[in-house]
Design a protein around this ligand. Structure first.
Ligand code: G3I
Length: 362
């Protein structure tokens, strides 16, 4: 073989090698991407499942459910089925998700949540029918007059509850109606329809699914104060008309902890003859906080569980996500993550064990 031919052959071999290396690199990177897409595997968790311990306390234990990891992450799904007895679709049932354009309905996420729950024997908390946030633009910018708006509100309730009749046993009918100072929140609903929108929504909901349990859900009303005083008056009136079955306290906490008056507050609501639910519990931590913050967080979770156990009518407790990889906190409150029981790799944090111990009564 001539020197020229040898050089050409070496070049060809080199090129072929480079192509093989590139192909392998592409395959490995695709495989890695797919692994990320599918999320971490569920980790072994110590002791009995939380749902079992909660059941012994007559508490239905739930978690917020996100559509993306529900679709993509087997570990996420596995943990839910193992640890929880109920799910609350975190965003999939909100008005902007189900009717982004007027008259165009997208039930994909909501259906997925309800089907997943049915497949695994989990209860669903419908969330949420009448709220001031996550409303579609056509509704907020529509300048509807009073009667038209009322009609849209009751129509939305009828349609959504009707679709899931018999499959969603509890609904957050009205969410966050009261402002922090105890006045009616000046939302689209409060501003345009006045305080009567609340009873109108509950009346429509009762009619839409007479067997469903109807809840009013509130944020920041855990302690005794102007906000919970107003809520108490609203609930008393609704209860007198047979329109409400349950009051939801969201319990979005941080390291300031559970308010001292929470237990007595829940008890005064229970006295009205309604059930109590903790509906969106989490405990936000600054990202920069050290390991001692995780211990402090564990104490807040434990205290919350004990508070629910101390109120006989506190029948449900839902955490607003159970893993840091699917929690609203980092996205909506940048600088604050790590608010849930498991870390972003699904490994238990001190809060998980503390939650377990508190459910056991220890
Ligand atoms: O859907 C859009 C998507 O199209 C867009 O590309 C993306 C870009 O950021 O945003 C997506 O919308 C996000 C939406 O969740 C759906 O994922 C919003 O940015 C985000 O702000 C929104 O946050 C939700 C928040 O409600 C809105 O107020 C949280 O996930 C949800 O956990 C949170 O839940 C509420 C309860 O329903 C009621 N109580 C308070 C609680 C916390 O705010």
């Amino acid at each position: 073989m001539s020197a020229g031919a040898r050089v050409r052959r070496r070049r060809r071999t080199g090129l072929a090698l480079a192509v093989v290396v590139l192909a392998v690199a592409i395959v490995v990177s695709f495989a890695k991407q797919r692994e990320t897409l599918r999320g971490p595997a569920a980790k072994p968790l110590p002791g009995p499942a939380l749902r079992t311990l909660a059941k012994d306390d007559h508490i239905l234990l739930g978690t917020a459910l996100r559509d993306e990891p529900l679709r993509d992450e087997p570990g996420y799904r596995k943990d839910i089925v193992r640890e929880f007895a109920a799910v609350t679709p975190e965003n999939a049932m909100k008005w902007d998700a189900v009717e982004p354009e007027r008259g165009t309905f997208k039930w994909g996420g909501a259906d997925r949540a309800v089907d997943f729950a049915a497949e695994h024997g989990l209860k669903v908390r419908g969330h949420t029918l009448v709220w001031h946030a996550q409303l579609p633009g056509w509704l907020t910018d529509g300048n509807f007059e009073r009667t038209g708006l009322l009609h849209l509100m009751t129509g939305h309730i009828r349609r959504e509850m009707g679709r899931y009749k018999g499959r969603v046993p509890t609904w957050d009918v009205v969410n966050e109606a009261v402002a922090d100072d105890g006045s009616l929140r000046q939302s689209l609903w409060g501003k345009e329809l006045g305080p009567g929108f609340i009873a109108a929504a509950f009346t429509a909901a009762r009619k839409a699914d007479p067997k469903a349990r109807l809840a009013i859900n509130e944020i920041g009303a855990e302690s005794i104060g102007p906000k919970s005083d107003t809520l108490l008056r609203i609930v008393r009136k609704l209860k007198q008309r047979g329109l409400v079955d349950e009051v939801g306290f969201q319990a979005h906490f941080n390291l300031n902890g559970v308010p001292k008056t929470m237990e007595s507050n829940l008890k005064r609501f229970a006295k009205l003859g309604v059930d109590i639910a903790i509906t969106e519990a989490d405990v936000a931590l600054p990202d920069k906080a050290g390991p001692e913050a995780l211990q402090a967080q564990a104490k807040v979770y434990a205290r919350l569980v004990r508070t629910c156990r101390a109120v006989p009518r506190c029948k449900a407790l839902t955490v607003w996500g159970f893993t840091d990889r699917a929690s609203w906190i980092p996205h909506n409150q940048p600088g604050f993550g790590r608010a849930t029981l498991l870390d972003d790799q699904l490994a238990p944090k001190p809060a998980y064990r503390a939650f377990q111990d508190a459910l056991r009564g220890s």
